[in-house]
Design a protein around this ligand. Structure first.
Ligand SMILES: [Zn+2]
Length: 264
């Protein structure tokens, strides 16, 4: 719904990294990640992009080549200490053997807009909040990767404003980043209980006949969200305070220099 990137992701999205990557990819927008003796040969275009991906800054480095390519292009999606070696191995060697990138330009438009837009960059979805008449739960990691907890903070506020008759809850789980919320070794203890609790509560609301029509008509504030509202987003974490335009231009120059060295 909303996409508030952290500082590193913002810089990567503002720079023309993705358009350049799409040019390098050419017609085949699916990047092969796992190379085996039986897999088809990797094209020179794909090999070049994988080489460049290794040079892109990220929060955590990894000894696994496939993981390095994905985190270079997409960014670190999880804190390594939160996932088991078994899941890491399965993720990089069995589950995600290819990286389809055709949708990435659309994703870039969404990230740079700060909220979901269609492929033309138009605000086609958030103008129809009436279509989302349902209870919702938002879970953010308290040790942000890719996006900040403001992402779920805004979505939660949006739904409470437009669909006040349904239960909307939000949790920030300390120590987690992004996808490790769902694939982490301790997710079953620290994350999943929030999901189960929300489902049970939402089912209970439905069985008790608490619905949007009655509650909106009576003008009641149906649910308190004190837990979620306790979170105070630090505005100072934004890109404006972290990177001046000069620094962004300097980074762009360094990137172009690196690419020129690779091509020439
Ligand atoms: Zn890794």
């Amino acid at each position: 719904m909303f996409f508030k990137l952290n500082a590193l992701s913002t810089v990567k999205m503002r720079l023309p990294l993705l358009p350049i990557s799409m040019l390098i990819l050419g017609n085949n927008k699916t990047l092969p990640l796992v190379e085996t003796s039986t897999s088809p040969p990797v094209s020179s275009r794909h090999r070049l992009l994988k080489l460049i991906a290794h040079l892109i800054p990220r929060y955590e480095r990894c000894s696994c080549s496939e993981c390095e390519v994905v985190s270079g292009i997409f960014g670190n999606a999880f804190w390594h200490e939160n996932i088991s070696p078994t899941v890491h191995q399965w993720l990089n060697k069995e589950s995600s053997t290819r990286l389809p990138m055709a949708a990435f330009p659309h994703l870039r438009k969404i990230c740079n807009s700060g909220f979901i837009v269609d492929s033309n960059g138009s605000n086609s979805y958030l103008i129809h909040p009436q279509r989302m008449a349902l209870p919702t739960l938002y879970i953010s990691g308290g040790r942000p990767l890719l996006v900040t907890p403001q992402t779920s903070f805004l979505a939660h506020k949006y739904m409470k404003l437009h669909q006040p008759g349904f239960r909307h809850e939000r949790v920030v789980v300390e120590g987690f980043g992004h996808s490790d919320l769902l694939i982490g070794e301790e997710s079953c203890e620290k994350v999943f209980p929030h999901i189960l609790s929300h489902i049970r509560s939402a089912n209970g609301d439905e069985q008790q006949g608490r619905n949007v029509h009655i509650n909106v008509a009576e003008g009641k504030k149906v649910f308190s969200d004190s837990e979620a509202d306790q979170y105070q987003y630090e505005e100072g974490f934004g890109i404006i305070t972290w990177f001046s335009p000069f620094v962004v231009l300097l980074l762009a120059f360094l990137l172009v220099s690196q690419l020129a060295r690779l091509f020439l």
